[in-house]
Design a protein around this ligand. Structure first.
Ligand SMILES: [Fe+2]
Length: 213
């Protein structure tokens, strides 16, 4: 995966393993930081020019305030106050709304992961816009923009980009075979669809700003 990123001119990646309480995917901030350091050492040893920044995709939950109190959550980039929050795929999003409001009240910036994939927001986009107006930020998955034009996730993703409501565009890369890092054809199709300047803003400029804090 690292070599695939570098081949496309990508030299910084924020790794966002899941934090889903009560499952095997609930590594603490400390474990993620240690794992990233080990991974970086391997990349450096092999002279692969890629920097891995730590992060976490936090499943929203009424217990998010407890997890913050326990110090187990990690902001994107490992420091700063921006945290990636994953909505539930089903239901009416009470836990997401509660998590967003808690974070905003406590001077943290919630970034909502792939809301375009959530059927509730596909049917109720105004509820998503309300969260954005309150201070939440939006991260889309590239694949949603490249999905069939008639699909609901594509339509919501494109509408959010066109109305400049999106802050980040994520690869959703999971492995070197299947959900792999974006190759040349993906970058070209994205630029055709939303424009080169927009891809630059969502994949380079905004993430760069985030990592500076
Ligand atoms: Fe996710």
């Amino acid at each position: 995966m690292a070599k695939m990123y570098v081949s496309q001119g990508v030299h910084h990646v924020v790794a966002t393993p899941h934090f889903i309480n009560g499952t095997a995917w609930a590594n603490s901030a400390k474990i993620v930081m240690q794992s990233v350091q080990k991974m970086q050492a391997v990349l450096n040893k092999n002279r692969i020019n890629l920097i891995i920044h730590p992060g976490m995709e936090i499943a929203c939950s009424f217990r998010v305030p407890d997890f913050f109190a326990q110090g187990v959550l990690l902001p994107l980039g490992g420091k700063g106050n921006m945290f990636l929050l994953e909505p539930a795929f089903h239901g009416t999003q009470e836990e997401l709304v509660a998590s967003v409001h808690f974070m905003l009240r406590n001077n943290r910036v919630p970034i909502i992961a792939h809301p375009e994939r959530i059927s509730y927001f596909q049917s109720n986009p105004d509820d998503l816009l309300a969260l954005i107006n309150q201070g939440a930020r939006i991260q889309l998955t590239m694949d949603s923009l490249l999905a069939p034009p008639q699909s609901r996730r594509h339509q919501l993703a494109l509408r959010l980009v066109q109305t400049r409501q999106v802050h980040f565009l994520a690869s959703d890369a999971h492995s070197s075979a299947g959900r792999e890092p974006p190759g040349e054809s993906v970058w070209c199709r994205l630029e055709e669809l939303i424009g080169k300047e927009c891809v630059q803003r969502l994949c380079v400029d905004n993430p760069h700003t985030l990592l500076m804090f």
